[in-house]
Write a protein that binds this ligand. Structure first.
Ligand code: APR
Length: 175
């Protein structure tokens, strides 16, 4: 079956998909931005679950149930803080998408939604981050068995335009 990638402007906490990805920090104990929104929407059981995960390194991905979210699972990944692009930020950001996708595949999940990791508090320039996201997902999606659909969730129109530009660059039909 053809695998699909799409762009959707939405609040990721509202999406009924198998897994949403959280742009977390190394503690995995919540924060602001999309991390804060996910913890708020999922409810206090999420923090109880993430306390048992013992944190995560940049680029690593760990999974919990979605609790009160419509999504069944949350995959928590820690993006790189962007400094100057000379500290392996690109490889570390790519690792977030790769490890999240592979973890979803391990759990036999079919649909997964990503926020724009590291492009908020962690200051990653939008264009570079979107290119890394689309390039990495395009590459890894072909190596997965169960994952059928990836949604890039954008929160504002600039982000939407950036992903559309990258879909064009990589010749991806915007399904
Ligand atoms: N749904 C979808 N996208 C969202 C939502 C939401 N509800 N809220 C924010 N975003 C978008 C932001 O607009 C940005 O494009 O998610 C992207 C990631 O921004 P941040 O949430 O700031 O994440 P990041 O830049 O990876 O920084 C992570 O911020 O919240 C803390 O605990 C978190 O320390 C960690 C750091």
């Amino acid at each position: 079956m053809k695998k699909k990638m799409m762009i959707e402007q939405a609040d990721i906490t509202t999406l009924k998909v198998d897994a949403i990805v959280n742009a977390a920090n190394e503690s995995l104990l919540g924060g602001g931005g999309v991390d804060g929104a996910i913890h708020k929407a999922a409810g206090p059981e999420l923090l109880e679950a993430t306390k048992k995960l013992d944190g995560a390194e940049t680029g690593e991905a760990k999974i919990t149930k979605g609790f009160k979210l419509p999504a069944e699972y949350i995959i928590h990944t820690v993006g790189p803080v962007y400094h100057d692009g000379q500290e392996d930020e690109a490889e570390r950001l790519a690792a977030c998408y790769e490890h999240s996708l592979k973890l979803a595949d391990e759990y036999k999940l079919e649909t997964i939604a990503f926020p724009s990791i590291s492009t908020g508090v962690y200051n990653y320039p939008l264009e570079e981050a979107a290119e890394i996201a689309v390039a990495t997902v395009t590459k890894i999606l072909n190596q997965t068995d169960s994952v059928k659909e990836v949604i890039f969730v954008v929160f504002d129109v600039d982000n939407q335009r950036m992903y559309e530009k990258m879909f064009e660059k990589f010749g991806i039909q915007h399904s």
